[in-house]
Design a protein around this ligand. Sequence first.
Ligand code: E4P
Length: 221
Amino acid sequence: MKIFLDTANLESIKKFNDMGLLDGITTNPSLMSKEGGNPKNAMEEITKIIQGDVSLEVVSTEYSGMMDEGKRLREYGDNVVVKVPMTSDGLKACKSFSSQGIPVNVTLIFSANQALLAAKSGAKYVSPFIGRLDDIGQDGMNLIKEIKEIFSNYDFKTQILVASVRHPLHVIDSAKIGADVVTLPPGVLDKMLQHPLTKIGLDNFLADWEKLKQKNPDTKI
Ligand code: E4P
């Protein structure tokens, strides 16, 4: 399963990229706005740092505007995936971009039918938002199971990009189902790194080594 980081924060992107964990990045207008700086600089930097797919989202709601914006977004790099909303204009743009060999991520997917239609329009990725479904009392992970089953039945090449991930259990469940990608807020990836027994174990190793060093002051590793 590929791991993308769901952020426009350059510090977090560099941090996790240096650990070799990132296969790509997803952004959206809210994440850009959260960083506060000039989005142009962020998009330039992110597409330089990351070799894998970087989803940059259009803000136009009409087909021709989406096409113009998508083409401009692609100027940031060949690794740019044009992110369009799950609307009829979004699907029309998805079809046009895909026919030209430009990869598309269809975002704001909340049902299996929406995922099916986006796949038929040629999307490289569909982004089901599981956390936002959980938030309204629906089962986000069940949507991933449904999409996985449908895509497997018909051998769709469209990848399931699990979005709106809230906690590490969402990641384990996505991996068990066989989702292609999870996109993670930096905080969730940080939590995945940690386990209390790792910290306790390391503290004990270091304390024991200190004791040994007192008796053998010249010993170095
Ligand atoms: C996906 O590409 C979106 O950027 C993101 O996962 C939305 O998540 P949220 O529900 O936490 O805003």
